[in-house]
Design a protein around this ligand. Structure first.
Ligand code: NAP
Length: 253
C-alpha cells in the first residue's frame, strides 16, 4: 500500500489531496506554515519545515513514506531542491505536480527578468503606479525603489505594515477574475504589473487584465531546478502512482 507525503501550499496540492482521499490512498499533506488559516483538508496535515534535506530524509524513513509528491509553488525552489535530494538519498520515487509557465501572447507587453533582485533594479526611474503581485514574501525588497506607488494584494493581513513608503494594501484571497482585476487596475491607475511566472489559471486574471488594458508586465522567470519528473494534472499523479505501485519496483525503504 502506498504511503504518500504530499508537499503542498497550492490549489493543485489541495485538489490532489481530495483525489487521494477519494481513492483511499493514505497521504499526509505538508504545509510550510506561511498561511494563517489553511483550509480544511480531507487527509492528515502536518505543518512546518522538516529541517533541510537531512530532516526530510529522516521523515521519509521514519514514516515509511513510499512516494513523495512535490506540489509546492514553482517559486518554492528550496523545498523542491530538498525534495529531489532527500528522495534520492532515501530511494523514494518523486513526482512534481506543477503548472506550465505562462507564455506571452499577442497583445502582451512583457519584459522578463531572472529574479526578484533584477525586478527591483528594473524599477529604477521615475515614479509609477505599480501592481506588485508577488504575495507578501518579497515585497520589502522593493523599498529600494521607494519612488513608486505600489498596489499590494495579500491573502492575509500582515503583522507588520509593508516597508514601502507609498502603497495601498488589499487583503483578498480570490478567486480573481480578469474583469475584477481590470477594474482594480483602472481604479488604481496601474501603469505596470510586476509578477512571478507562477503559471496556472488562478493567478492568470491579472495578466489578462493587463493585456486588455495595454499595461506592461515585468515578469519574473522561474528559478531553475535540478531535473525531476513533472506532471501538470492531479489525475496524472494518480496514474503515476498506479503505474509505480503495479510495477512493484523494489525501493530502498
Ligand atoms: P521555499 O523557499 O522553497 O522553502 C523554504 C523552507 O520552507 C524549506 O526549506 C522548508 O523548510 C519549508 N517548506 C517549504 N514548503 C514546505 C512544505 N510544503 N512543507 C514543509 N515545509 C516546507 O518555499 P517558499 O517559497 O517559502 O514557500 C513556502 C510555501 O508556500 C510552499 O509550501 C509553497 O508551495 C507555498 N507558496 C509559495 C509561493 C511562492 O511564490 N514562493 C506562492 C504560493 C504558495 P525545511 O528546509 O526546514 O524543510
Amino acid at each position: 500500500m502506498p504511503n504518500i507525503l504530499l508537499l503542498g501550499g497550492t490549489t493543485e496540492a489541495s485538489a490532489l489531496a481530495r483525489l487521494l482521499a477519494n481513492a483511499g490512498v493514505p497521504a499526509t499533506l505538508s504545509y510550510a506554515g506561511r498561511t494563517d488559516n489553511p483550509r480544511p483538508q480531507p487527509v492528515p496535515v502536518r505543518i512546518g519545515g522538516f529541517g533541510g534535506v537531512t530532516g526530510l530524509a529522516t521523515y521519509l524513513r521514519d514514516r515509511a513514506i513510499t512516494h513523495l509528491i512535490d506540489a509546492t509553488h514553482p517559486f518554492a525552489a528550496t523545498m523542491s531542491a530538498h525534495a529531489i535530494a532527500a528522495a534520492r538519498e532515501v530511494g523514494v520515487p518523486l513526482v512534481a505536480l506543477s503548472r506550465p509557465a505562462w507564455q506571452p501572447i499577442a497583445g502582451d507587453r512583457w519584459s522578463r527578468v531572472p529574479d526578484i533582485d533584477s525586478a527591483v533594479s528594473a524599477l529604477a526611474g521615475p515614479a509609477r503606479r505599480v501592481m506588485l503581485a508577488l504575495g507578501r514574501m518579497h515585497v520589502d525588497a522593493f523599498a529600494a525603489q521607494p519612488q513608486h506607488h505600489y498596489l499590494l494584494r495579500f491573502v492575509d493581513a500582515p503583522d507588520q505594515p509593508p516597508a514601502l513608503p507609498r502603497h495601498t494594501l488589499i487583503v483578498d484571497h480570490g478567486p480573481f477574475t480578469s474583469e475584477g482585476d481590470r477594474a482594480l487596475m483602472q481604479a488604481h491607475a496601474i501603469d505596470l504589473v510586476v509578477c512571478k511566472n507562477a503559471g496556472g489559471i488562478g493567478a492568470e486574471a491579472k495578466l489578462i487584465a493587463a493585456r486588455e488594458l495595454g499595461v506592461p508586465v515585468l515578469m519574473i522567470d522561474r528559478p531553475a531546478l535540478p531535473d525531476r519528473m513533472e506532471v501538470y494534472r492531479p489525475e496524472d499523479v494518480l496514474a503515476w502512482l498506479d503505474h509505480d505501485t503495479a510495477s512493484g519496483t523494489k525501493r530502498g525503504v
